[in-house]
Design a protein around this ligand. Sequence first.
Ligand SMILES: Cc1ncc(C[n+]2csc(CCOP(=O)(O)OP(=O)(O)O)c2C)c(N)n1
Ligand code: SF4
Length: 277
Amino acid sequence: MSSRDYIKEDQFPLFTCPGCTHGTVINAFVRAADELQLDRGKTVIVCAIGCAGRTPTYLDFNVLRVTHGRALAFATGIKLARPDVKVIVFMGDGDALAIGGNHFIHAARRNIDITSVVFRNEIYGMTGGQYSPTTPVGHKATTAPYGMIEPSFDTCELAASAGATYVARGDVYNVGNLYKVMKAALQHKGFAVVEALTSCPIQFGRRNKLADPAKMVERIKNMVVTKTAAEKLPPAELAEKFVIGEFVNTRKLELTERYAKLLDRRKKDTEVVITMG
Ligand SMILES: Cc1ncc(C[n+]2csc(CCOP(=O)(O)OP(=O)(O)O)c2C)c(N)n1
Ligand code: SF4
C-alpha cells in the first residue's frame, strides 16, 4: 500500500473553497494511515454534515456519512457491534461541540475505542458562517455581526476532563506535529481526540479581515506554541495562545473491553432473574 491507495483520486478536484486548509488535516491523516498501513477492510470512517464532515469523500475507506452532530453516536454503535474494527470520526467544531457536544462528552466518559478528529475552523463553514462554540470573542460571524460575546470551548480540556485517554492538538502550519499526533491517536486504544486548528478563509476569514488564505495560516502560526515554549510565557500571553502537542496519553479499559468482560460474566452466570411489574 502507498498513500495514494488511501485516496479516491477520481473524486478530485476538491469541493473545498480555494485556500481552505481542511485538506491539510486529511493529508496528515493519509500520511499516518500509510505509515501504519491501516487495513482499509477493517477500518470505518464516520462523518456527518459540514465541510469537515465531507472531507472523507476523498478517502478510499468504508465511509459512513450520517446526520449532523451524530457521527459519534453511529460510531459507538459500529464499535460495539464490531470491536475488531478501527473506527475513525471526522467532525467540524460545530458538529463535535455544538449539536454533537453531548455525544462527544459521553464518548470520552465511556472511553470507547474511537479516534476522533475535530476540525477547529472557528465557524460553521458549510452553512454560511454562523458562529460555532470555538469562534473567538470579538470575531464576527453571520449570527454575531457585532462580534462574538460567548467564550470558546477548550476542546482538549473538555475531552480530558470528560475521560478521553488520548488528547492532543495540532494545526495546519506545523504539519509535522499534526501528523505525529494523528499517528499516535490512531495507534491508541481508547477514546482519542485530535483537535486540528484549520482555517476557513471564506466564511470566517472574509468577515474578519482575513480573507487571504496565507494570512489565515500565518495567524495560526502565531497563535500556537509548543509545550516547551508555553512554559516560558507569562500567563496573560499564554491565555491568547493554543498549546500544541500531546496532553493525555494513558491506557484504561475501554468500553468494548468492559462490555466483553460483562458478556463473559453473564455466560458463566446461569441464574436468570426475572422481575415483574
Ligand atoms: C440536524 C441538522 N442540523 C443542522 C444542519 C445544518 N448544518 C449542516 S452543516 C452545519 C454546520 C457545519 O459546521 P461545522 O460542523 O463546524 O463544520 P465546517 O463546515 O465548519 O467544517 C449545520 C448547522 C443539518 N444539516 N442537520
Ligand atoms: S466554507 Fe470554509 S471550511 Fe468550508 S470549504 Fe470553504 S473555506 Fe473550507
